[in-house]
Design a binder for this molecule. Structure first.
Ligand code: UD1
Ligand code: MG
Length: 454
């Protein structure tokens, strides 16, 4: 069956008080609209049409190159008017599903249930019963329980305002029905808008059944109109994410202080302490421990890795098994720590391959570097990788020992099992097994006297 999805996203979002179009505000690191797309793109036979108005250019640019059909609504005259703009794009044999661009957490499973209830004789409507229904369109039912209409808050009689079952805005019907009904909708109402909700009475008049469905959770149909609603949905999303990780064998010490803004795959017996943020695509092995306040982006983390407090990882970064990082380490893109390697506090790495068992324990910058196995880099070591124009490589071979406070002026190679004396500035290659010292010789003046105060 063909499915034409209509995503309504032309509204302004005045209450966000933002330059950014509302549907581009991020939830869990991606635009609201992207969440809606991921809920509908997997639906059987779906073609996605997006109705845009306010912020159209910016919205289209954000999703450039994706298989989306953009439809413009130049002035926002109401939800039915928005859908009307899409009529030429609808395929006659298709079902049509209408969703909102500012309702990000709708589940595919809810939409699938609804679509199964649409045929030549029936349309589908998603409703929800709310403790506080104010602002929403109320669902009107007859004594036998059939839906007979939807009345908007501003048009409702006092007794209708008591109804707590409301319209979520999500509905589905055949394209044939929608094409027949839409042109019949007028703007004779309190807001002088073309109300999509008027299709209900038209469906009744045409003898269609109106099948109603409810979401599994109320948050699925909650819209974002203000920043307060945005952050409330963010917390809901994060709590759900934390719950699913708990089920997968991850101890999240405090699920209310956990944020995943992207994909996170985990093994078992993982412990994540408070205030960690995961961005992009991360995968974590088994028995991994992550200390408090770490920010981890695009990392592949092997088994038994220990990441201590306040570590920042800006991937792509790979940590092989038994690696230890932090506290206060910063691993920048293209850092690879091989099995058992260790990077300690106040160490920054970038484009650095650190071999198995090698250690950079304190206060160092290692960039554009390839380190072999069992290398020991002393505190305060700097790879001087930049000559002001180009970047150059530092190579440190297996078993080498770099004394503290060494500057390695790249391009330079420190050979296997070589030793560099502390405080050296190394600008020429150091052969295997040798000792290089490049620092001012110490002079000791034993006849020296401290000056005396006048
Ligand atoms: C609508 C429903 C109401 C329902 C509520 C659920 C109608 C008449 N009312 O009301 O029954 O309870 O949603 O949230 O449908 N939009 C456009 N173009 C327009 C107008 C709106 O694209 O001309 C888009 C908005 O960007 C938004 C969505 O449609 O994503 C809903 O519009 P909104 O103005 O929020 O509708 P409500 O008045 O809240
Ligand atoms: Mg609304």
């Amino acid at each position: 069956m063909l499915l034409d999805v209509l995503v309504l996203a032309a509204g302004k979002g005045t209450r966000m008080r933002s330059e950014l179009p509302k549907v581009l505000h991020p939830l869990a690191g991606k635009p609201l609209l992207a969440h809606v797309f991921s809920s509908v793109e997997g639906l059987d036979g779906a073609a996605i049409n997006v109705i845009v108005g306010h912020g159209k250019e910016q919205i289209q640019a954000t999703f450039a190159g994706q298989p989306l059909n953009w439809i413009e609504q130049t002035s926002q005259l109401g939800t039915a008017h928005a859908v009307l703009q899409a009529i030429p794009a609808l395929r006659d044999e298709a079902k049509v599903l209408i969703v909102y661009g500012d309702v990000p957490l709708i589940e595919s499973s809810t939409l699938e249930k609804m679509l199964a209830g649409v045929d030549r004789d029936a349309m589908a409507l998603l409703t929800v019963t709310l403790p506080d229904p104010s602002g929403y369109g109320r669902i009107l039912r007859n004594p036998t329980g059939d839906v007979i209409g939807i009345v908007e808050q501003k048009d409702a009689a006092p007794e209708q305002l008591q109804i707590s079952e409301v319209n979520t805005g999500v509905m589905a019907m055949t394209a044939a029905d929608l094409k027949t009904w839409l042109p019949q909708i007028d703007n004779n109402n309190a807001q002088q808008e073309y109300y999509l909700t008027d299709v209900i009475s038209l469906a009744r008049a045409a003898g269609r059944r109106i099948n109603t469905y409810q979401p599994a959770a109320q948050e699925e149909v909650e819209g974002v109109n203000s920043r307060a609603q945005l952050v409330a949905l963010e917390r809901y999303y994060q709590r759900q994410k934390a719950n699913s990780l708990l089920d997968c064998g991850v101890t999240i010490i405090d699920p209310t202080r956990f944020d995943c803004r992207g994909e996170l795959v985990t093994g078992e017996d993982v412990v994540i302490d408070i205030n960690c943020i995961f961005e992009g695509t991360n995968s974590i092995g088994n028995q991994v421990s992550i200390g408090p306040s770490c920010v981890i982006k695009d990392a592949i983390i092997g088994d038994r890795v220990i990441i201590k407090a306040n570590t920042v990882i800006e991937g792509p970064v790979t940590l092989e098994a038994d690696v230890q990082v932090g506290p206060f380490a910063r691993l920048r893109p293209h850092t690879v720590l091989a099995e058992g390697a260790k990077v300690g506090n106040f160490v920054e790495t970038k484009k650095a391959q650190i071999g198995p068992g090698s250690k950079i324990s304190h206060l160092s910058y290692v960039g554009d570097a390839v380190l072999g196995s069992e290398v020991n880099v002393g505190a305060g070591t700097i790879t001087c990788n930049y000559d002001g124009v180009n970047k150059h490589l530092t190579e440190i071979d297996d078993g080498a020992f770099i004394g503290s406070n060494t500057s390695l002026v790249a391009p330079v190679v420190v050979g296997k099992n070589a030793t560099v004396g502390a405080g050296s500035t190394i600008s020429r290659d150091v052969p295997d097994d040798s000792l290089a010292i490049a620092r001012g010789k110490q002079r000791t003046i034993d006849t020296w006297k401290r000056p005396e105060k006048n």
